[in-house]
Design a protein around this ligand. Structure first.
Ligand code: ADP
Length: 332
């Protein structure tokens, strides 16, 4: 039977990020001339043929909801050739013309892998709280995660001040320090530990403890906040706090913010970014484009090759880290 309308499929993959629903909504509403299919649980949905039709009513009133109505998941099997071939066959069986993958650089690697076996159009939309995707100033979810973590860290400062305590606040960002740097600057942290400054294999305990000790010598007893990216210290913030307390004699507490950073209603900036990128992804498909990631650079829609977005990681501007240090050193 011949198909009358082009079909666009959407999926959300990898770490979920607030604003993914806003991107699903925007793409679905922009694609009013198409049939829209949502695959569930990331790439797993392509393998299991687990999909739903998305109509305007399905995406009504989801712009403010965290998480993703399509669910997200990791799909380790997708790295295998056989899996991508099955996914390609299933997409063809469902007569899908174009696929939009909303996720981080890992999900884009999955999309590039699929592109070797499927000839349909593939477009990526950057959705990850880590903000580490090349080709876009910000990723969907970063602004919300930053606000959530900042609010929590401000609360830690209050109790740290009351007891004049040292705290290590662990934030997400396994391979990049965007969250740690932004939160560290915004909360006036005394120290930031992130991969750009301290690779886990070169963890420099002495520099960290010297800074704590010299600050205490200068200020006397007062609160002291270290914002640290997860994975920066091999066993995490709790182990580092234990080490500082038990072996070095610097009494220290840890607070691991964890998955709270992924949840919650997206802030306005994430909703707006997701709305722009969802619409631009459908427009890119309408104009015949493929294997691109749609991002935003300096306020304008920017497209980069999907394989570049999946292989080149964006890193924190080190001048920001220097700024934090400079401001700290002059505040006494
Ligand atoms: P994120 O998209 O948040 O960076 P992950 O790195 O966990 O998340 O990747 C999400 C999913 O993308 C993986 O579970 C897997 O299904 C797929 N993926 C990642 N890398 C590859 C790859 N090299 N080949 C095929 N699929 C991949």
């Amino acid at each position: 039977m011949t198909k009358l309308v082009k079909k666009i499929a959407l999926l959300t993959s990898g770490g979920d990020a607030p604003g993914m629903n806003a991107a699903i909504r925007s793409a679905t509403l922009t694609a009013h001339d198409y049939e829209v299919i949502g695959y569930k649980h990331g790439f797993n949905g392509l393998l299991d043929q687990d999909c739903i039709v998305l109509n305007d009513a399905d995406v009504r009133h989801i712009i403010h909801q965290g998480g993703t109505i399509l669910k997200s998941a990791r799909c380790p099997a997708f790295s295998e050739v056989q899996s991508s071939k099955i996914a390609a066959e299933n997409l063809s069986k469902n007569q899908i013309d174009a696929l939009i993958v909303i996720g981080g650089d890992g999900s884009f690697r999955g999309a590039c892998h699929l592109a070797q076996y499927w000839s349909g159009q593939i477009i990526g939309i950057p959705g990850t709280i880590d903000n580490d995707v090349d080709g876009t100033d910000h990723t969907i979810g970063f602004y919300t995660a930053m606000e959530t973590a900042l609010d929590a860290t401000d609360k830690i400062r209050d109790t740290a001040d009351a007891f004049e305590r040292i705290f290590i606040v662990e934030v997400m960002g396994r391979h990049s320090g965007f969250l740690a740097t932004s939160i560290g600057i915004a909360c006036g942290a005394e120290q930031i530990i992130c991969p750009e400054l301290h690779a886990p294999e070169h963890f420099d305990l002495q520099t960290i403890t010297q800074h704590v000790e010299s600050t205490r010598a200068r200020r006397g007893k007062s609160s002291y906040i270290i914002v640290m990216s997860e994975n920066s210290y091999p066993d995490g913030a709790v182990a580092l706090a234990h080490l500082l307390s038990e072996q070095i004699g610097i009494d220290c507490r840890a607070c691991v913010l964890g998955h709270i950073q992924r949840g919650g209603s997206p802030v306005a900036s994430d909703r707006i970014l997701a709305t722009k990128l969802g619409a631009a992804a459908v427009e890119a498909i309408a104009s015949g484009k493929s294997k691109l990631m749609i991002g935003e650079s300096q306020g304008a829609i920017a497209c980069i090759p999907l394989d570049q977005a999946s292989t080149h990681q964006k890193t924190v501007d080190t001048t920001l880290l220097k700024l934090q240090q400079h401001v700290f050193d002059h505040q006494g």
